[in-house]
Design a protein around this ligand. Structure first.
Ligand code: GLN
Length: 495
């Protein structure tokens, strides 16, 4: 039998159904793996051994009664540390939340519990999900399992690295500007940003509320579909939650077919600034889609070139408002070494509790929202957002899905961009338009770049509510690629 930790969630489900493995065995195997490798990877900020084993026991007991179980019952999962979990440390990668124990579960966490999925722990991330490398975590960076001198992407680098290092079969991420898709791309895993509102934001520590979206991270397209299905659905506690029924995403994987489909290559998401090996693997994947019967067309989305600029006004504006609640009074850290009064305590706490990138964005956002500058910056950015939405609408009038490289380069070395915010921001050039428009997108691995042997991701974008389409196309491409490789790409990690 394959090593337990190398199995996909789909395989684990099968092994449990056949009575070959219990959830307790599977969960223990992952906890052992974490103990063995996480000092080198640092995917986890907190491991909840007891909690995970308790849920595993519950899942095994339920199975023994012969009850009808949820599809992923007993399969362990890791959760990005931006989701609240009752009584379990939740820091969002920040010092300011150190020591805080949330009194409630995020809706996503509650869904995982309802599905009897053992939660292995909380994964590392850039502070408050600001970043593309996980180097802005207050608790030290995560390393890329393909090459531990490289970044695992961000902000959800912990979730992606946990998958690539076989420290979890499934993980939860959040994507505000690319934080699920970019880490997936640079770690050779699959990551999905669902349509805005498809997965509840209740209990997700907010970065930018109009952009934030939780979603699944996995090692295969089918696994991602199963996890997506488990966490999606209407939540009355989130005012922007979609009321529409969740489509059958696993069926979309099974029935995936690109024959007769029009697939649009976005002119603006490629070319200058994209690593040659990324473009090469992308082009080869496009050829495979054409071989399988898709019609490939070029589409132009001219306003995408302004998307990054608009995002870096809208996001800091919303973040400056969302982060105002971290004041040393309500949660976590309080620096209180003076008798100077409440304002002094707030200022000291924020000075000590927030990292440089968070301070930078709070200042940017406060400035963009201030009277006198609001129209010139925030107002203008919102107009650009509308133009990006119109570009998508026009492109989707002509194409079923759009595709691009997920990010311009493979994983870069740790330390390379950490002191250069603008270089860091440019990693999300291809992922941000989708967050501004609110539609759905998926990243899947399409090979290793010839120049550095590191994974390359391809992004598929679909219209709002058409998440199923992503899975159909991704499943066809994944199958075609694995036929050429003879095995899933992830099997090449570390060797
Ligand atoms: N890297 C982007 C940023 O720093 C995306 C963040 C995210 O998706 N959470 O804003």
């Amino acid at each position: 039998m394959t090593d337990i930790v190398r199995m996909t969630a789909t395989q684990l489900v099968e092994e449990m159904a056949q009575g070959n493995l219990t959830s307790a065995e599977i969960t223990r195997a992952h906890l052992d793996r974490i103990a063995e490798v996480d000092q080198d990877i640092h995917a986890y900020l907190h491991v909840d051994r007891e909690g995970a084993l308790a849920t595993a026991a519950e899942a095994d007991a339920a199975r023994n009664t012969g009850a009808d179980l949820p599809p992923l019952a007993g399969v362990p999962v890791a959760v990005k540390d931006v989701m609240t979990m009752r009584g379990v440390p939740t820091t969002a990668g920040s010092r300011i939340l150190e020591g805080w124990l949330p009194p409630y579960d995020a809706t996503v966490v509650a869904s995982l519990r309802r599905n009897l999925m053992p939660i292995l722990g909380k994964t590392n991330m850039d502070e408050f999900a600001m970043g593309s490398s996980t180097e802005y975590s207050a608790y030290g960076p995560t390393r890329n399992p393909w090459d531990t001198s490289r970044i695992p992407g961000g902000s959800g680098g912990g979730s992606a690295a946990a998958l690539a290092a076989f420290e979890a079969p499934l993980a939860i991420g959040t994507d505000t500007g690319g934080s699920i898709r970019q880490p997936a791309a640079v770690t050779g895993t699959v990551g999905v940003k669902p349509t805005y509102g498809a997965v509840s934001r209740y209990g997700l520590i907010a970065l930018a509320s109009s952009l934030d979206q939780a979603g699944p991270c996995a090692r295969s397209v089918r696994d991602a579909a199963m996890l997506h299905q488990a966490i999606a659905g209407h939540d009355p506690r989130d005012s922007t939650s979609l009321a529409a029924p969740v489509p059958d995403l696993v069926a979309a994987v099974r029935e995936g077919d690109v024959r007769g489909m029009r697939i649009g290559l976005v002119t603006e998401l490629g070319g200058e600034g994209y690593q040659p090996g990324v473009e090469q693997r992308f082009r080869e994947a496009v050829d495979l889609l054409a071989d399988r019967g898709a019609e490939i067309v070029e589409v132009s989305c001219p306003n995408f070139r302004y998307a990054l600029g608009a995002y870096y006004l809208i996001l800091p504006s919303e973040a400056s408002s969302n982060l105002a609640k971290f004041d040393g009074m309500r949660y976590g850290l309080r620096v209180d070494d003076s008798d100077a009064g409440v304002e002094q305590v707030m200022a000291q706490t924020r000075a000590a509790g927030f990292g440089d990138e968070v301070k930078r964005r709070i200042m940017l956002g406060t400035y963009a929202l201030s009277a006198g500058y609001y129209d010139a910056y925030y107002g203008q950015a919102q107009k650009v957002r509308t133009l990006v939405q119109r570009d998508f609408a026009a492109a989707f009038a002509d194409c079923h899905v759009l595709i691009s490289p997920t990010c311009p380069t493979t994983a870069f070395p740790l330390g390379e961009k950490v002191d250069d915010p603008l270089a860091m921001y440019l990693n999300d050039i291809a992922t941000i338009p989708v967050n501004l428009a609110g539609n759905a997108a998926l990243s899947l691995p399409v090979g290793l770049a010839p120049e550095d042997g590191l994974p390359v991701g391809l992004q598929i974008m679909a219209p709002h509510h058409e998440d199923a389409r992503l899975y159909g196309v991704a499943a066809v491409l994944e199958g075609a690629l694995e036929d050429t490789w003879g095995q899933p790409l992830i099997e090449k990690v570390g060797g």
